[in-house]
Ligand binder design. Structure first.
Ligand SMILES: Nc1nc2c(ncn2[C@@H]2O[C@H](COP(=O)(O)OP(=O)(O)O)[C@@H](O)[C@H]2O)c(=O)[nH]1
Ligand SMILES: [Mg+2]
Length: 330
């Protein structure tokens, strides 16, 4: 069954892709077999992150950029990671409405994901969805996420090129620059350039980039683009900036280095998640977690000892089990 779905996805079936993503969301066992089948066919798509404050115009930009990219014949996948739950509506609905006009294009696949409800964490969910769209044959994948290095998706963990969207008048530009966006921005976008203060913000960002270049020797200096997303102004230039970053990554060898680093982090994150899931399940089902918490509350046990003992015990019992399995096999 999942083998069939994998084959359909490789042939470009949006329906099969949507089904697999639902399985991933539900942590349905069938998703794993399907993902296993797809993995060898991933790694071809170029992944672009669009991040910034709520209301900065990320969805509008993503929509417009998708159009620009489609003009060059490339197939596009869009993942919108939205902090609001689908039940409370809000921005998620807005995104759907605005991106609706793209939905008729059979070469564009759009998926909104609420940040709630992913047991394995948002970063894993986004990385999984990117793989599905990649296997689906999308050449470029756009991921829209809120915030920078917050509890939402850490976009650098999935994107080859990260675009940071700033807007004049929010007054948080300098603030968020301190919060490490200089580290993650490959391309700056000053959206709502039709608003007052866009030139000032532009100057601020450029000054900051120059200062940063003095402090750290960087090979890549993030270009700054001004856009009016609602009027599709500046989007061609934004795409050119992304393309030149891509070219830089490929020519410098950073493309491979970054992806290798990401693969390593992802592997560790997945092992971490699965170990935690298994241990937690055992502790909860056996009632041992409750018992331990009682002792912690009564100060008859401390969490440091509990942590060490749990891990030691779990490791030795799983080793015993493995030895037992080996013995019975031979
Ligand atoms: N004036 C102006 N409004 C914009 C621009 N881009 C987006 N908007 C509006 O800003 C609001 C938020 O846009 P949206 O794309 O949903 O932002 P997101 O929350 O970052 O995804 C919407 O009402 C857009 O129409 C722009 O360049 N200029
Ligand atoms: Mg949005």
């Amino acid at each position: 069954m999942s083998v069939e779905y994998a084959a359909q996805i490789l042939e470009g079936s949006h329906r099969a892709a949507a089904r697999l993503i639902s399985w991933l969301e539900d942590e349905d066992e069938r998703a794993y077999e399907c993902m296993r089948q797809l993995y060898p066919h991933t790694g071809r798509a170029y992944v672009i992150g669009i991040t910034g404050s709520p209301g900065a115009g990320k969805s509008t930009l993503t929509n417009g950029l998708a159009r620009v990219i489609r003009q060059s014949g490339l197939r596009v996948g869009i993942v919108a990671v939205d902090p609001s739950s689908p039940f409370t509506g809000g921005a998620l609905l807005g995104d759907r409405v605005r991106m609706n006009d793209l939905a008729d294009d059979p070469d564009i696949f759009i998926r909104s994901m609420a940040t709630r409800g992913f047991l394995g964490g948002m970063a894993k969910a986004a990385a999984d969805v990117v793989k599905v769209l990649d296997a689906l044959g999308k050449d470029v994948i756009l991921i829209e996420t809120v915030g920078v290095g917050q509890d939402e998706v850490d976009i650098v963990d999935v994107a080859d090129t990260t675009c940071v969207v700033l807007v004049p008048g929010l007054g948080d530009a300098i603030q968020s620059m301190k919060a490490g966006i200089m580290e993650i921005a490959d391309v700056f976008v000053i959206n709502k350039a039709d608003h007052a203060g866009a030139d000032m913000l532009n100057a601020e960002v450029c000054a900051r980039i120059e200062m940063d270049a003095h402090l750290r020797k960087r090979e890549w200096s993030a270009p700054v683009n001004k856009t009016v997303a609602v009027e599709s102004v500046g989007l061609d230039e934004m795409w050119l900036s992304i393309e030149s970053h891509r070219k830089y990554l490929l020519e410098s060898g950073k493309f491979y280095d970054n992806r290798r680093e990401r693969t390593s982090r992802e592997a560790l994150r997945m092992i971490h998640g699965e170990l935690f899931r298994v241990v937690r399940e055992q502790l909860e089902q056996s009632g041992r977690l409750d018992a331990a918490v009682e002792k912690l509350m009564a100060k008859k046990l401390d969490p440091y000892t509990l942590m060490r003992d749990t891990v030691t015990e779990w490791l030795s019992s799983s080793q015993c089990k493995r030895r037992h399995d080996e013995d019975t096999q031979s």
